[in-house]
Design a protein around this ligand. Structure first.
Ligand SMILES: Cc1cc2nc3c(=O)[nH]c(=O)nc-3n(C[C@H](O)[C@H](O)[C@H](O)COP(=O)(O)OP(=O)(O)OC[C@H]3O[C@@H](n4cnc5c(N)ncnc54)[C@H](O)[C@@H]3O)c2cc1C
Length: 195
């Protein structure tokens, strides 16, 4: 019998997982709590609790040659370092090309993943999801967790004495992000140039 695989999240990790499952003859079902693909590369101007997002001006700090899916190069006319909107466009081309959309259940949040009582014999998992206020349970042979890693913010205000307004906090976060981004870019360029 074909093995059923639950995939949590339709960001880039989830999308490539769907395709890999199909390549291996598995049956994927991807649960995505938002209404679109792309994960944090889907820019939205408003901050949403529990959702990671890039900021509007983000340009990738990894080149398109190093960042593309190994079996699906980026379009020739795309620049080497893409604006976030171009990267999202690339994900959409990928999804269309391999017909992945039909495996994604949008606006469906995974609430829990637990081993079934007969796990030692079957290796199966129970996945509980919520869509539009309705809960559903389903059984899968495997679960791929592609839920991202930038959701919980860490704002170390206790190390900064004084009173901070919202504007200052935003400036502080932008400053930290910019520093990390610059360090990453320098590291990545050095790494890429040695390849
Ligand atoms: C500012 C910034 C710049 C970056 N630049 C680069 C770069 O240039 N190059 C690079 O390689 N990497 C970069 N990264 C790293 C980035 O993490 C990866 O590029 C990539 O987007 C991670 O994809 P993901 O699918 O793992 O996670 P995400 O894109 O975070 O996607 C996770 C998805 O899971 C969904 N989800 C989460 N929980 C649930 C749940 N319980 N139920 C259902 N759905 C759920 C979310 O809605 C989301 O769609 C950058 C990151 C940031 C923040």
């Amino acid at each position: 019998m074909v093995k059923r695989v639950a995939i949590i999240g339709a960001g880039v990790s989830g999308l490539t997982s769907i395709k890999s499952c199909l390549d291996e003859g598995l049956e994927p079902t991807c649960f995505e709590r938002s209404d679109d693909i792309g994960g944090l590369w889907k820019f939205k101007p408003d901050v949403e609790e529990g959702r990671a997002s890039i900021y509007q001006s983000v340009i990738m700090n990894t080149s398109k040659e190093m960042s593309c899916f190994s079996d699906f190069p980026m379009p020739e006319d795309f620049p080497n370092f893409l604006h976030n909107s171009k990267l999202l466009a690339y994900f959409k081309i990928f999804v269309k090309k391999f017909n992945l959309l039909k495996y994604i259940r949008f606006q469906t949040t995974v609430l829990s993943v637990t081993k079934r009582s007969d796990f030692s014999a079957t290796g199966q998992w129970e996945v509980v999801t919520e869509n539009n206020g309705k809960e559903a349970r389903d059984v899968f042979d495997a679960v791929l967790v592609c839920s991202g890693h930038h959701i919980e913010s860490y704002v170390p205000l206790k190390y900064f004495p004084g009173k901070l307004g919202e504007k200052t906090i935003n400036q502080l976060i932008s400053g930290i992000l910019l520093s990390v981004f610059c360090m990453q870019s320098t590291g990545m360029s050095t790494w890429e140039s040695t390849m």
